[in-house]
Design a binder for this molecule. Structure first.
Ligand code: GDP
Ligand code: MG
Length: 302
């Protein structure tokens, strides 16, 4: 299956809700007026773009309609797709060019961190890179076991310590092992829940410090994993994590299970952080690079 059809299939629920609603609105108007824009804005909010982003998109749409002297409502849908694509365009690629480079994967419990790591390790390996995993979610033994299952499946080495040990020490040891093995990419799993939120944020800050200290000149991606099915809640989580770590990108998972795909727009726009990868299923190849054009097309396609 091609990349676009995979994204398209993964966004089916969002498209069914959003694209249909936009078509419905557009076909019920004979001219382009304020009411049409208001209805579109409401539809965007329903797809979980959030109010500020919905207003901005409609504002851009109005400008384009004026600029291009568009009078026929039937042209609105295509224009909206173009505006959504523009809104989403940022540097969406992973920067992992040094040897080693490091990917730190953070986010609350259950969003899909460990699964994403398995998928990403598989992907990098198939691109010819050597990968090593660090099990720095030491809060629960089951977490490291789950990562180990992925390491076996993908056939990559893993560094793990005992339950309850210091996650920063796991990161340190993983970096040492990576240097010895000349690994290309280190991927670190982290805990999503500790005794309290303050603890979690302090721990992430410590892990980041250790990684930067040990690999000062290396490419480092800090990927925040968010579950698309939680809609605006995902945006709130991102705000909190932004305080603890310098997030370089978002992985938005479970887009296949929700009609709230518009949350991608809220994340880009409200947080200024690019979505770099999307999860569209539980299989190994269900992790996709984010493409603004493909995403906009998948959201608004027929
Ligand atoms: P973690 O606690 O953040 O490490 O989350 P896990 O990786 O353990 O994932 C939690 C659940 O979400 C598991 O059942 C995964 O199979 C599921 N999951 C992760 N990513 C996706 C996705 O893109 N789509 C779907 N449908 N399920 C996913
Ligand atoms: Mg996990």
């Amino acid at each position: 299956m091609g990349l676009f059809s995979k994204i398209s299939q993964g966004l089916k629920k969002t498209r069914d809700a959003f694209s249909g609603a936009v078509s419905g609105i557009v076909s019920s108007f004979t001219k382009i007026d304020d009411e049409l824009f208001e209805e579109l804005e409401e539809t965007l909010v329903l797809a979980d773009t959030g109010m500020p982003t919905a207003s901005k998109i409609c504002e851009k749409l109005r400008e384009r309609v004026k600029q291009e002297r568009i009078t026929d409502p039937s042209q609105i849908k295509q224009l909206l797709q173009a505006v959504i694509c523009e809104t989403l365009e940022m540097d969406n690629s992973l920067h992992l060019n040094t040897q080693p480079s490091l990917v730190l994967v953070i986010g609350v419990n259950g969003v899909g961190k460990t699964t994403t790591i398995g998928k990403l390790a598989n992907r990098l390996k198939s691109e010819g890179k050597s990968v090593i995993l660090g099990a720095a979610d030491t809060f629960r033994a089951a977490a490291a076991e789950q990562l180990e299952i992925w390491a076996d499946r993908v056939q990559v080495p893993i560094v793990r310590h005992q339950e309850g040990s210091d996650p920063a020490a796991v990161v340190f040891d993983t970096i040492v092992a990576a240097k010895a093995k000349k690994s290309d990419v280190i991927i670190v799993d982290t805990a999503g829940r500790l005794h309290n939120k303050k603890n979690l944020m302090e721990e992430l800050a410590k892990i980041t410090r250790v990684a930067r200290r040990e690999l000062p000149d290396c490419d480092m991606e800090v990927l925040l994993v968010l579950d698309a099915t939680t809609g605006q809640n995902a945006v709130n989580q991102a705000r909190e994590f932004q305080h603890a770590a310098q997030i370089t990108g978002i992985v938005l998972t479970k887009l296949d299970g929700t009609a709230r795909g518009g949350v991608v727009l809220a994340i880009h726009d409200e947080l200024g952080v690019p979505v770099k990868l999307i999860g569209v299923g539980e299989q190994m190849d269900d992790l996709q690079d984010f493409s603004a054009a493909d995403f906009a097309a998948a959201m608004l396609g027929a």
